[in-house]
Design a protein around this ligand. Structure first.
Ligand code: DAH
Length: 344
C-alpha cells in the first residue's frame, strides 16, 4: 500500500465514523502499536540506508496527518454529542387535543335520537349508479335533479363525455341518501325501520350550499304504516332537537319518491313566527322533506304493496347545525378556520 492509498483509505473510513468509540478504534488501526503506519515505520529498518530519510519523512507526515484528522473529528463528534443529549428539564412538546366538528356533534346527536326510538343505522356507497340515485326512486329522466348543475357525474368508462341519456352506465356521486332506502329494501324484507346518515354531493356552492354536505335518511316500512306514524316520529324527533314547545308544521309538497309528500317546517325560533330575516318573513323554517313511500318505489324494490306501506324522510345536517348554532354561512363549516371550530 503506498502512502496516497493509505491516506485515502484512512479518510474514507474516517468519513464513516459515527462516535468516539469508532474513532478510537480507527486511530489504533492506523497509528496504534500494531497499526498500519507503525508497521511502516518499523519496516524502514530494512530499507536501504539512502532511502531511509525520505521514507521516514513520508511516514511521519502521514502519521501527523492522521493525528490531526482524528483530533478534528473528535471535536466535531463532541459538539454533535452535546446537541443530541436529552435535556430532561426542558418542558415537553404540548400536543393540543382535537375537538369534534360541529357537524359531527349534531350528526351524532340525531343518530342517538333515532336509535333511541328503535331505528337501525344503515350505510350505502357515496359513488352510486344512476339506477339507485334516480331511477329506482322514481326520478324520471327529465327531472331537474338530474341537471348537470346539481349532479356530479363520474365519466362512464369508455365514454367521451358524461351523458344524461346513457342512464345504464352513468355513475354519480350520490346527490342524497335516499338510494340507501332502495339498497336496504332489496336486501331485507319488512318490517324495516332504519336511518342512513352520510355524505352527499351536489355541484353547488353559496351561503347555504356546499358541494359536500350530510343528510340523514329515514325509512319505516311495515304493515299498516300511515301518515300518522310519520307525523309522530318526526314531531317527537324535532321536539327533542329544538325543544318540546316548538310548533311544527307539515306542508304539502312534492318528491318523486313519495306520495303524498310533505315538507316539515319549524316555527322560527328567532321571531317566534312573526316574520324576520332568519325565516325570510314567513315565520317558518323549512327543516326536512318526507312522505309516504310511493308504491312504485316499493314495487321496484320488490316489496308487496298489497301488504306493506311505509314512510320516508330526509334531513340536512348542516341546516340543523346552522340553526342550532346560529350560523348564517354554511361554508364556515368547511373552511377549517380554528377560530370558528374551537367554539363548539
Ligand atoms: N332526498 C331528498 C333530497 O335530498 C330529501 C327527501 C325528501 C328524502 C323526502 C326523503 C323524502 O326520504 O321522503 O332533497
Amino acid at each position: 500500500m503506498d502512502y496516497l492509498e493509505l491516506r485515502n483509505s484512512f479518510l474514507s473510513e474516517l468519513h464513516g465514523v459515527l462516535n468516539t468509540v469508532e474513532l478510537q478504534a480507527l486511530r489504533s488501526k492506523y497509528t496504534g502499536k500494531k497499526g498500519v503506519v507503525t508497521q511502516k515505520l518499523k519496516a524502514m529498518a530494512a530499507a536501504p540506508k539512502e532511502e531511509r530519510a525520505a521514507l521516514g519523512k513520508a511516514v511521519n507526515e502521514i502519521k501527523d496527518f492522521i493525528e490531526t484528522q482524528v483530533k478534528e473529528k473528535e471535536t466535531a463528534l463532541s459538539k454533535k454529542d452535546t446537541r443530541s443529549y436529552v435535556d430532561l428539564t426542558l418542558p415537553g412538546a404540548y400536543i393540543k387535543p382535537g375537538g369534534r366538528h360541529p357537524v359531527k356533534i349534531i350528526l351524532n346527536e340525531i343518530i342517538d335520537i333515532f336509535v333511541s326510538m328503535g331505528f337501525a343505522v344503515e350505510d350505502g356507497p357515496e359513488v352510486e349508479t344512476d339506477y339507485y340515485n334516480f331511477e329506482a326512486l322514481n326520478i324520471p329522466q327529465n327531472h331537474p335533479a338530474r341537471d348537470m348543475q346539481d349532479t356530479f357525474y363520474i365519466k362512464p368508462q369508455g365514454a367521451e363525455s358524461p351523458s344524461h341519456s346513457n342512464v345504464e352506465s352513468n355513475i354519480v356521486l350520490r346527490t342524497h341518501t335516499s338510494p340507501v332506502q332502495i339498497r336496504v329494501m332489496e336486501k331485507r324484507k319488512p318490517p324495516l325501520m332504519f336511518i342512513a346518515p352520510g355524505k352527499v354531493y351536489r355541484c353547488d356552492s353559496d351561503i347555504s350550499h356546499t358541494p359536500i354536505f350530510h343528510q340523514v335518511e329515514g325509512l319505516m316500512v311495515d304493515e299498516g304504516i300511515t301518515f300518522a306514524n310519520l307525523k309522530a316520529v318526526l314531531e317527537a324527533f324535532l321536539h327533542i332537537v329544538f325543544g318540546p314547545d316548538v310548533p311544527v308544521r307539515f306542508r304539502p309538497s312534492f318528491f318523486p319518491f313519495t306520495e303524498p309528500s310533505a315538507e316539515v317546517d319549524l316555527c322560527c325560533f328567532a321571531c317566534k313566527g312573526s316574520g324576520c330575516r332568519v325565516c325570510k318573513n314567513s315565520g317558518w323554517i323549512e327543516i326536512l322533506g318526507a312522505g309516504m313511500v310511493d308504491p312504485r318505489v316499493l314495487n321496484m324494490a320488490g316489496i308487496d304493496t298489497e301488504v306493506y306501506s311505509g314512510f320516508a324522510f330526509g334531513l340536512g345536517i348542516e341546516r340543523i347545525a346552522s340553526l342550532r348554532y346560529g350560523i348564517d354561512d354554511i361554508r364556515l363549516f368547511y373552511e377549517g378556520d380554528l377560530r370558528f371550530l374551537r367554539q363548539f
